[in-house]
Write a protein that binds this ligand. Structure first.
Ligand code: ARG
Length: 493
């Protein structure tokens, strides 16, 4: 077993394997191991530039770090009898170069600023990939909506047939929600991509370090300036998890609809077999399990968020070891969302919508009654409330016809005869027509094919802009990394 280079001086006391396993973050630290090498490289380059470390020392440490970067980190570093990966890598460097050289890597910093920096480096890239997956979901929704601009379907409020709409309109509603989820993550990224390095334990250091330099080398956009805040805060992780929870709530609502729509009494959609399971006893069953699991993942992600939130609640400044327990929540939440989004893209694009069934239901439950009331208003100058009451009373009589409307007007003492004013069965039929009702609703964002076409064009433009932003941010990150590694190689050569 590797010596715990950190404990050596101050502490003795036997620690059992079980104890070390309990205290170690090593398993989870695999996520940040590559980031840790980058942080080490940037820090050592800065120590060199600031003449805090001798150039010969720099060369040796950098050479060893570049080897880890190029060849990968040996498995032995991940020994969970060490506290964390930072201790593991430092121990390896000291073992390889000797204490006089390797022991100078950790000058002017602490694992407190180190770990916070590593988490942010890992998170920012994963966030961008997460956002790219979300763009794909949106793209699928928009493409589907283009195919279903004319597909009439019932729209619901209170789960009751309410007014006819189109499948395009319904799908674009989700796209718009996911677009806001994207915006939230886009904004969170700005606060994730800030550099805590140089904060050391919390009070920074007396060495003449250059925080801007390490931040720039590592591709950060700015600093977490106050050094106490820099090591203590995890609000960037909380914000990310909160945003992911909201995103998953939207995913869950969509999944809920896919479950309902694929039920034997609704039958609006058929999900590809790959996304369904059968029963071990009922041979006929086709269950929409993937959508169900995805719906449930909202709970897991929310659990990760509350787990993280409650870990920091009540923690005094500055670093407390509790923070170590927060990090796994972040990776778990990110993983659940990533897996969900990937499957959602496939599940949606392979689904078959039963447009005939949707059309069949679109006009049920007097779903066009609003349009009939509006017709009475438009044609005969009735106040909307009077027209609303007349149509409502006619519905009570279980049909909407010239006769029932006339009776309803009489019942309600409206004081006019609709027939006398010229209402015809043809006007009624027109008002009750599903497609007529949909076509009239062409205000921005409405269900009319005219409106969803415009919406789709606008959404595609937004999608292109969002996609360009992701590309630009990813390119900036990889350029920073390439530049730093190239600089490090030049220093060593
Ligand atoms: N493994 C620790 C974490 O994840 C790294 C920081 C340790 N700092 C300390 N003072 N023990 O938070």
């Amino acid at each position: 077993m590797r010596t715990d280079v950190v404990r050596l001086g101050r502490l003795s006391g036997e620690r059992t394997g079980e104890m070390m396993h309990f205290l170690s973050s090593m398993r989870v630290d695999r996520c940040i191991a590559d980031a840790d090498i980058l942080v080490d490289i940037a820090h050592v380059m800065m120590l060199d530039k600031q003449k805090i470390n001798d150039h010969e020392i720099t060369k040796q440490i950098l050479a060893a770090l570049l080897e880890l970067h190029d060849e990968g980190i040996p498995e032995e570093v991940f020994d969970d009898q060490l506290e964390d990966v930072h201790a593991g890598i430092e121990a390896l460097i000291i073992e390889a170069l000797g204490a006089d050289v390797g022991g100078r890597m950790h000058m002017g910093r602490s694992r407190n600023d180190e770990v916070a920096t590593c988490i942010r480096i890992k998170l920012r890239e994963d966030l961008l990939k997460q956002m790219a997956a979300l763009l794909k979901v949106r793209e699928v929704l928009i493409a589907l909506s283009d195919q279903h601009r004319e597909t009439a379907m019932p729209g619901f409020t209170h789960m009751q047939h309410a007014q006819p709409t189109t499948l395009a309109h319904h799908l674009l509603a989700y796209e718009q929600a996911f677009s806001r989820d994207f915006d939230r993550l886009r904004d969170a990224y700005v606060r994730v991509n800030q550099c805590p390095l140089g904060a050391a334990a919390f009070a920074s250091t007396g060495y003449p370090i250059n925080r801007d330099l390490t931040a720039r080398l590592l591709g950060f956009d700015s600093l977490v300036t106050n050094t106490m805040d820099a090591v203590a805060t995890r609000d960037f992780a909380l914000e990310t998890l909160a945003d992911l929870t909201i995103l998953m709530a939207n995913v869950s609502r969509l999944c809920e609809e896919l479950v309902i729509w694929s039920s034997s009494f609704v039958k609006f959609v058929t999900l590809d077999d790959a996304f369904c399971s059968t029963s071990s006893i009922m041979p006929q069953k086709k269950n929409p399990d993937t959508a169900e699991i995805m719906r449930a993942k909202t709970g897991s992600v929310f659990g990760a968020y509350t787990g993280a939130l409650i870990t920091v609640k009540g923690l005094p400044m500055s670093y407390n070891r509790d923070l170590q327990e927060l990090t796994p929540n972040l990776w778990r939440g990110m993983r659940d969302v990533k897996e969900s989004l990937r499957l959602l893209i496939e599940m949606l694009s392979s689904a078959t919508f039963d447009t005939a069934r949707m059309k069949e239901e679109a006009g049920k439950g007097y779903s066009t009654a609003t349009e009939l009331a509006d017709t009475l208003v438009r044609n005969f100058g009735l106040p909307f409330r009077t027209a609303h009451n007349i149509v409502g009373r006619a519905v009570q009589k279980e049909s909407l016809s010239l006769e029932t409307l006339e009776e309803a007007a009489k019942d309600l003492n409206v004081g006019i005869s609709l027939v006398g004013k010229g209402l015809t069965q043809q006007q009624i039929n027109e008002a009750l027509d599903v497609n007529y009702s949909i076509a009239l609703r062409k205000a921005p964002g409405g269900p009319a094919p005219f409106a969803t076409k415009i919406a789709s064009e606008e959404r595609k433009k937004q999608l292109d802009a969002d996609s360009a932003l992701i590309d630009e941010r990813l390119a900036r990150l990889s350029k920073a990394k390439e530049d730093m590694i190239a600089d490090a190689r030049r220093l060593v050569a």
